[in-house]
Design a protein around this ligand. Structure first.
Ligand code: FES
Ligand code: FES
Length: 163
């Protein structure tokens, strides 16, 4: 139900323009999951600690749980649902599959977006940069090794996969 303090904003999410009626105290995470049904972005800690809600805002990784809905006015948001183009998975998604970097999958959307920010900035990052880029994304399953390998595989240097 709309309330007195509802705001109307325009924003772009996954290359699609939206005009949204929002409550100013909603977060970007609320908008994505509850208003738009984009549940690929995960709700974990809601205090900026776990990285499960990571999306890109104008190409920069942000925690959607810490971004208030009015802040997305005029911004471009990319979520995991927007990574693939049509049937074509993003190279990071293919690498995560190939390297079995997805276990329970809860951290995966956020990992993918953090990795995309890194590779967009530096297509050939050293391992230390990869580990730094995903340092805000907690994974309880993989031990990170397969995730790092997948990001390396999607990067320009594409090392051979270990047997
Ligand atoms: S849900 Fe946003 S950082 Fe954990
Ligand atoms: S795959 Fe389960 S939290 Fe990362």
């Amino acid at each position: 139900m709309l309330q007195m303090n509802t705001l109307t904003i325009t924003t772009t999410i996954n290359r699609r323009n939206y005009t949204l009626c929002i409550n100013p105290n909603q977060t970007l995470l609320d908008i994505l999951r509850e208003e738009l049904g984009l549940s690929g972005t995960k709700r974990g800690c809601e205090i900026g600690e776990c990285g499960a809600c990571t999306v890109l805002m104008n190409g920069r990784a942000v925690n959607a749980c810490l971004v208030l809905a009015p802040q997305i006015e005029g911004q471009e948001i990319l979520t995991v649902e927007g990574l693939a183009v049509g049937e074509q998975l993003h190279s990071l998604q293919e690498a995560f599959l190939e390297h079995e970097a997805v276990h329970c999958g809860f951290c995966t959307p956020g990992m993918l977006l953090s990795a995309k920010e890194l590779l967009d900035e530096n297509p050939n990052p050293p391992e230390t940069d990869i580990r730094f880029a995903i340092s805000g994304n907690l994974c309880r399953c993989t031990g990170y090794v397969q995730i790092v390998e997948a990001i390396q595989a999607a990067s320009a240097n594409k090392p051979e996969r270990k047997p």
